[in-house]
Design a protein around this ligand. Structure first.
Ligand code: NI
Length: 169
């Protein structure tokens, strides 16, 4: 089932998620819904809070459905190693229409559990490293605009307030 993506302004996006404890049928269904919702929105990552579920669960596919091995489920993910730096433009499905340059590590290794609860480690480079950081931020209630300058962040917030007033957000 495709869920609507929660937009900036909803408190669920700025609330740290709870750990996934049970890897039951409900979680399998949630993961399937998250992939479906992410592909429908043409995203490369989606965190559970973005469909209104306050759990430490995220799905990532930097190939956007083209490479089956790129499909990843990360429950309770943690960054265990980060190295180097990259500065690229970043966006978020919860902030449609807004982008900004964010500095992230070039290499990131995460430790997480898959959809069945099995632990794994995965090293990502470039875009994948960026996706790991962006999605794990979501699970901590942090949005990418937090990493922008105060000036740029306030500009985006002001534009969103206008959109909200106009009923376009
Ligand atoms: Ni995002």
């Amino acid at each position: 089932m495709i869920h609507p993506i929660v937009k900036y302004g909803d408190p669920v996006l700025e609330t740290p998620g709870k750990r996934v404890e049970k890897f039951d049928e409900d979680i399998q269904k949630l993961v399937a819904d998250m992939f479906e919702s992410m592909y429908a929105a043409a995203g490369i990552g989606l965190a559970a809070p973005q469909i209104g579920v306050g759990l430490r669960l995220t799905v990532i596919d930097v190939s956007n459905g083209k490479v089956p091995e790129a499909k990843m489920v990360l429950a309770n993910p943690e960054i265990i190693y980060a190295e180097g730096q990259q500065r690229e433009e970043e966006g978020c499905l919860s902030l449609p229409g807004f982008r900004g340059y964010v500095e992230r590590p070039q290499y990131v290794t995460v430790r997480a559990q898959d959809a069945t609860g099995a632990p794994f480690e995965r090293r990502g480079e470039g875009l994948l490293a960026r996706a790991f950081c962006h999605e794990i931020d979501h699970l901590n209630g942090v949005l990418f605009i937090t990493h922008l300058s105060m000036l740029k962040r306030d500009l985006i917030k002001r534009k969103i307030r206008k959109l909200k007033k106009a009923g376009e957000w």
